[in-house]
Design a protein around this ligand. Structure first.
Ligand SMILES: *[C@@H]1O[C@H](CO)[C@@H](O)[C@H](O)[C@H]1NC(C)=O
Ligand SMILES: *[C@@H]1O[C@H](CO)[C@@H](O)[C@H](O)[C@H]1NC(C)=O
Ligand SMILES: *[C@@H]1O[C@H](CO)[C@@H](O)[C@H](O)[C@H]1NC(C)=O
Ligand SMILES: [Zn+2]
Length: 413
């Protein structure tokens, strides 16, 4: 039912499907026209990118170097704030995160952005959150103190640094590769004539992985998952880091675009983890809070139900393997627009603030969930989500079982 809302997604799916039968000259012509149209958009939206040497201020699009300098400077000047390495890219760049909180025995809340290179507005949300939370920490704000008394918070703004650099390509042909999605892995060939670079890192995780897209193993597809799960340095190293954490409290992965607050699973329709009721309950609170804040309408659901099935995604792997209290994929603004990957600068801060609000709702709820006996404060009658095929393979945390019992009693009453 949501498909009409996503002409862009549908458009690209259609393009991918039809690629193998389109001859190369026609494909190149189409691509050139597309690039020209995109370039025209850029000229109006980005009169200029910020100069390379200015320090980062939320509200604009910065280079990887500016983002990293910003992270290091914050860590130097703020207490209990460190820069950590969470992985390594194919071109051997470090993947960096900012960690707030220093008690390594506490559970972790992890927020990442930029697994898809072109999703600059999601990357903006990443560094906006770093700035916002660290300022709050510095001013000894009660909310962040409460959060950090329960867990450490790690924010990784650019999970695919090689891809991000490629989309900026400021040197030769500005924005030629602005809509690049995948990582920058080396060339792979599909038949003798079709060879392409890059892997969709959000199809490369080891959960329901399939090397085929629409029945075809095609490296030129925008959603090419790679030859095998964790074939890519980024997903392999980052998943190892996630696995090394003492416990994962909540996981958020930021994408653009669509204004969606999505819970597992992405790999199949109407397929959910055992904790689905909890995820729906909190998602409803989130979309309500965002709407009350600024009238922005988010929708919630699973990626497979709302968009399309996508095997091998980070959220599914995290949910199944690490079983956090919450795992969400967030598609930031806009809802729909041609070239929705290019969000006007003036909307960057409002688009990020509402995600900040939503994440805070989840973290507050997460803390409440830890405190038994659990008191639900919900007042409205909520429909039970349709759970037609409950996943049986989720590892079970005893405190979760207790929680879910309490929860089931509450919704049945
Ligand atoms: C840093 O963390 C320590 C230990 O959790 C805490 O006692 C201290 O108040 C924190 N400092 C700031 C500025 O938040
Ligand atoms: C991209 O994917 C290729 C092929 O799997 C991999 O070898 C390379 O390391 C990846 N590059 C990045 C930047 O992730
Ligand atoms: C709400 O969003 C609009 C634009 O989307 C923005 O101009 C406004 O400042 C935002 N208001 C708040 C309170 O964030
Ligand atoms: Zn994405």
């Amino acid at each position: 039912m949501r498909f009409e809302l996503f002409p862009l997604f549908l458009g690209s799916i259609h393009l991918i499907k039809s690629l193998p039968v389109v001859d190369d000259a026609l494909r190149q012509k189409r691509e050139k026209e597309r690039n020209e149209a995109i370039y025209a958009q850029f000229e109006s939206i980005f009169p200029a990118l910020p100069p390379k040497n200015v320090p980062l201020q939320p509200g604009d699009y910065y280079s990887l170097r500016q983002i990293e300098n910003f992270m290091y400077q914050l860590a130097e000047t703020h207490a209990n704030t460190t820069v950590i390495t969470v992985g390594r890219s194919e071109q051997n760049r470090e993947i960096l995160g900012v960690q707030l909180g220093i008690d390594e025995t506490k559970p972790y809340v992890v927020i990442d952005a930029g697994i898809h290179a072109r999703e600059w507005s999601a990357i903006h949300v990443g560094y906006y959150l770093i700035e916002r939370y660290s300022k709050l920490l510095e001013s000894k704000d009660a909310m962040i103190s409460r959060f950090l008394s329960h867990f450490n918070l790690v924010i990784v703004p650019v999970l695919n640094p090689d891809g991000y650099i490629y989309t900026r390509d400021e040197v030769t042909e500005p924005f030629k590769h602005r809509l690049w999605r995948k990582n920058r892995s080396t060339m792979r060939c599909f038949s003798r004539i079709r060879c392409c670079e890059g892997v969709d890192l959000n199809r490369n995780w080891d959960l329901a992985f399939t090397a085929k897209t629409d029945g075809v193993e095609d490296p030129c597809s925008d959603v090419y998952p790679g030859p095998k799960p964790f074939s890519e340095a980024e997903t392999r190293t980052y998943s190892e880091w996630l696995r090394s954490l003492p416990k994962l409290e909540a996981y958020f992965t930021l994408h653009s675009h669509g204004q969606l607050w999505l819970y597992p699973y992405a790999y199949a329709k109407e397929t959910y983890p055992k904790s689905i009721e909890r995820a729906v309950y909190v998602s409803e609170k989130v979309v309500e809070a965002i709407y009350r804040y600024n009238g922005t309408r988010y929708y919630h659901g699973s990626p497979a139900d709302m968009l399309y099935t996508s095997p091998g995604s980070s959220m599914d792997w995290v949910q199944r393997e690490l079983n956090p209290k919450f795992a969400f994929t967030i598609e930031v603004r806009p809802l729909t627009k041609e070239y929705g990957f290019i969000l006007e600068k003036s909307l960057l801060i409002p688009a990020s603030e509402e995600i900040f609000i939503g994440i805070n709702v989840v973290l507050e709820e997460s803390i409440r969930f830890r405190q038994f006996p659990y008191q639900f404060t919900g007042t409205t009658q909520r429909p039970r989500p349709r759970v037609e095929m409950l996943e049986q393979k989720d590892p079970v945390d005893p405190s979760d079982e207790k929680f879910d019992e309490a929860w089931m009693k509450w919704i049945d009453s």
